[in-house]
Design a protein around this ligand. Structure first.
Ligand code: ATR
Length: 278
């Protein structure tokens, strides 16, 4: 029987998830369809009940539902609970379980790019929203110990310290201006904020003066493919990475939760890049 998977978001018109999941189902000869559903926040509970009632096999969850959806699920996995957000739902015989693959998707792309053990490297995480929490949890679970967090509103970053505490690890909070003046001490700098995203492409989350030799600077944004932040970092000699790999990896990890099969990530990436015109 054809299995049905979905995306719950608002809006969902530009999502590339149906494209890459349907392509992967086809390539693997899996009889399944992935459909995006535009769900108004006031109807999220009904939509989740609909997963059970209609027997959808699984869903992705995107903005603005990643936090709100949690209370309607039967179970939330430990990593998603720590992050405080769910982006993947698996229907296990009528019981809905939530997972979060965003952070792990990012960290897998970082490890692939770095090609070296990151446990002793110094990481600067810019931002304190849901994306930052996902990346932080995945970094700490990977055993990467030296994480500093900076954010426009430092107060809002305090809950991230509580997360580190819960994982019995440490993280440090630093002001944006401090981060800027210490920038050359970091081996990896990650922008998790929306600053620089289209249409506000002339904004950058922090100004780059000097960078450490061999530094990796990455941006979770993939529209544009190269933010001004990445362009400036590249001009200063950094190795850069955009958000495409994270997007692809989170999708691939969701796919694995649903089917137990690892899809072709390179193929997914090619589809995404073609869609983005890259
Ligand atoms: P997400 O869940 O996608 O991470 P979010 O929870 O809205 O989104 O978090 C947005 C992040 O981007 C926050 O770190 C936010 O900083 P504040 O905590 O100070 O609000 C950051 N951000 C958004 N717009 C920004 C801007 N114009 N300048 C600096 N930081 C910004």
């Amino acid at each position: 029987m054809n299995k049905l998977y979905g995306l719950l978001g608002h809006p969902v018109g530009h999502s590339m998830s149906p494209l890459i999941h349907n392509d992967a189902f086809k390539a693997l000869d899996i009889d399944a369809t992935y459909q995006a559903f535009d769900v108004h926040p006031s109807q999220l509970k009904e939509a989740v009940d609909g997963i059970r009632a209609l027997g959808l096999s699984g869903c992705n969850v995107t903005v603005p539902h990643k936090v709100a959806v949690m209370e309607f699920l039967d179970e939330v996995d430990e990593e998603a609970r720590l992050i405080g957000a769910v982006n993947t739902i698996v229907n296990e015989n009528g019981k809905l379980k939530g997972y979060n693959t965003d952070g792990r998707g990012y960290v897998e792309s970082l490890l692939e790019q770095a090609q070296t053990n990151l446990s002793n490297k110094r990481i600067l995480l810019v931002g304190a929203g849901g994306a930052a929490r996902g990346v932080l949890v995945a970094l700490l679970k990977e055993g990467i110990a030296h994480v500093s967090i900076t954010n426009r509103t430092l107060e809002k970053a305090k809950p991230l310290l509580a997360i580190a505490n819960e994982l019995q690890t440490d993280a440090a909070l630093i002001r944006l201006d401090e981060a800027e003046s210490l920038l050359n001490q970091f081996d990896v700098i990650i922008n998790t904020t929306s600053v620089g995203m289209s249409p506000n492409i002339s904004d950058t989350p922090l100004s780059i003066h000097s960078l450490k030799q061999g530094v990796i600077v990455s941006d979770l944004i993939y529209n544009p493919l190269e933010t001004l932040f990445l362009q400036e970092a590249s001009q200063q000699g950094a190795e850069i990475a955009n958000g495409v790999a994270m997007f692809v990896n989170q999708a691939a990890l969701s796919f694995e939760y649903w089917t137990g099969i690892r899809p072709d990530r390179k193929k997914m990436e090619q589809l995404v890049l073609r869609q983005l015109g890259g």
